[in-house]
Design a protein around this ligand. Structure first.
Ligand code: FAD
Ligand code: SF4
Length: 462
């Protein structure tokens, strides 16, 4: 918070002071105790539920048999972002959901009915490799065909690493000043910090991958031109960097932010500016997913007077993880559920003053399988707010098809690919990650990168 000292305004709040770095992971003893709980299932249900085929059953078994280097090798060979995934995967919906340890009966010793904490073990092993200087990946013979990757988020990094492992010279073109995509400019640092990201990116560059930042591949130098410039194949993993908005017109509303802009600002040097905008203010965040949770958590930590979460369905239907919701409530965030935004309230200078809401009730299920919110007539009301953050989903930028003019996209500007290869309709151009799937997960982008890299290797053989 700013304090005045001899007429100087001094910022005592630093990013790290507010959000700290992410919590420490397991130490050796904790990780060993956790793998000792593993039932060593023959059919390895956890491995089947990992979208990136990181093979948890294999690395846990190796670790349990004291083959630590083998365990690390299994992770990093299958998932170059094994550390990031260990931290960020919603494991309760993936590998840990299938863990047999949680199905054993109540008469087992305490703890035996919880799933093995696979994500935490995975993170430990990756960090242990960094601490001990163990390099788990060996490169194959050098090849000559150059490959271009567009975007340095999880999809791009994973594809680049897989190709580099196979000996191909790979250049990543990144439009932003630093690599990492959402891992750097989206996820908040109390969940995933910069040091960790840097070390994981180092594992990619150590394979010889060249990352060129501030190098957008746009319509002047689009993906097709990269092929003309001598790259034998191109992988597009440009993500989703436009924010969906409930605004009725294009006029700027001061005090209204998209989650993309708000979260990026906390990471890209505009932190103090954002603190000034939020501090002592009433903030309303619209949305019920994990991104909304990142927004409310940061806003309350920055020093907002009150933070409201506005969500049109009920608590049980919120896509955000249960722990995130509980943490938000413990932080004092007020949950306004079953309320839908209809408009923004602004003053004569177009400065936000509040949001118009209408109450909802749950009707029948919609295509997502969740019960649909139905508006209750004559129930409009206004929630006063100085700042509003919309966290209702990310979409592809309107002009993104201009970056790859011959590539087919759908009505949402998502790139169309063959799912088993990541091939687009243009020979030599592949794509993956959020730019293909829509909003998804880090681990899915990692898998798309691997899938496309393997298809590119086959493509280059023919
Ligand atoms: C706030 C937030 C929190 C999230 N939290 C989680 C989480 O906890 N766990 C989880 O699993 N998933 C999470 N996700 C989702 C996850 O981050 C994404 O699914 C993942 O990052 C997608 O990876 P990607 O490589 O496809 O795209 P991105 O990470 O978006 O990376 C794309 C990269 O391409 C660059 N780029 C774009 N256009 C161009 C161009 N024309 N030329 C060159 N470069 C370009 C961008 O600058 C960016 O660096 C979160 C998403 C958000 C927004
Ligand atoms: S990558 Fe994610 S889903 Fe896969 S095993 Fe690791 S923590 Fe589980």
């Amino acid at each position: 918070m700013p304090v005045t000292y001899k007429g100087w305004r001094i910022w005592t709040v630093k990013y790290e002071d507010n959000f700290k770095t992410m919590p420490k992971g397991f130490g050796y003893a904790q990780a060993t105790a956790e793998v000792n709980r593993c039932l060593l299932c023959h059919d390895a249900p956890c491995s089947k539920e990992c979208p990136a085929d990181t093979k948890p059953a294999e690395f846990i078994r190796k670790f349990r048999l004291k083959n630590v280097t083998g365990a690390i090798r299994t992770i990093k060979e299958n998932n170059i972002l094994g550390g990031a995934c260990g931290v960020l995967c919603p494991t309760n919906r993936l590998c840990e959901k299938a863990c047999s340890a949680k199905f054993v009966s109540d008469d087992k010793p305490e703890g035996a009915d919880r799933p093995i904490q696979i994500g935490k073990i995975q993170r430990f092993l990756v960090e242990y490799a960094w601490q001990t200087g163990f390099i788990p990946i060996e490169k194959k013979d050098e090849k000559t065909e150059k490959i271009a990757v567009v975007g340095s988020g999880p999809g791009g990094l994973s594809c680049a690493a897989e190709l580099a492992k196979n000996g191909y010279p790979v250049t990543i073109f990144e439009s932003r000043p630093e690599p990492g995509g959402v891992l750097r400019y989206g996820v908040i640092s109390s969940r995933f910090d910069m040091d960790f990201l840097e070390r994981e990116i180092n594992d990619v560059t150590a394979l010889g991958v060249d990352i060129q930042c501030n190098s957008p591949i746009d319509k002047k130098a689009g993906a097709e031109k990269l092929l003309d410039d001598g790259y034998s194949a191109v992988f597009m993993a440009t993500g989703l960097w436009a924010a969906a908005s409930l605004k009725n017109n294009k006029n700027e509303i001061f005090g209204l932010y998209s989650s993309v802009d708000y979260l990026s600002a906390l990471r890209d040097g505009r932190f103090n500016e954002m603190v000034e905008n939020i501090e002592d203010k009433t903030v309303a965040v619209i949305g019920g997913g994990s991104v909304a949770m990142d927004c409310i958590q940061t806003a309350s930590k920055i020093g907002a007077k009150d933070v409201y979460l506005v969500y049109r369905r009920s608590y049980a239907q919120m896509p955000a993880e249960p722990e995130e919701r509980i943490e938000a409530m413990e932080d004092g965030v007020h949950f306004i559920l079953l309320n839908q935004l209809t408009d923004y309230v602004v003053n004569k200078d177009n400065q936000i003053e509040g949001v118009k809401l209408v109450r909802t009730r749950l009707g029948d299920s919609d295509e997502s399988g969740r019960r649909k919110p139905e508006i209750i007539s004559d129930s409009e009301w206004v929630l006063d707010a100085d700042v509003v953050i919309e966290a209702i989903g990310n979409t592809a930028l309107e002009n993104s098809p201009e970056w790859y003019p011959s590539v087919t996209v759908d009505e949402k500007n998502l790139i169309k690919v063959a799912p088993e290869t990541g091939k687009t309709n243009v020979d030599g151009i592949f794509a993956g990650g959020d730019a293909v799937r829509g909003p998804a997960l880090v681990v899915q982008a990692v898998q798309d990168g691997k899938t496309a890299a393997r298809a590119i290797v086959e493509y280059l053989k023919n």
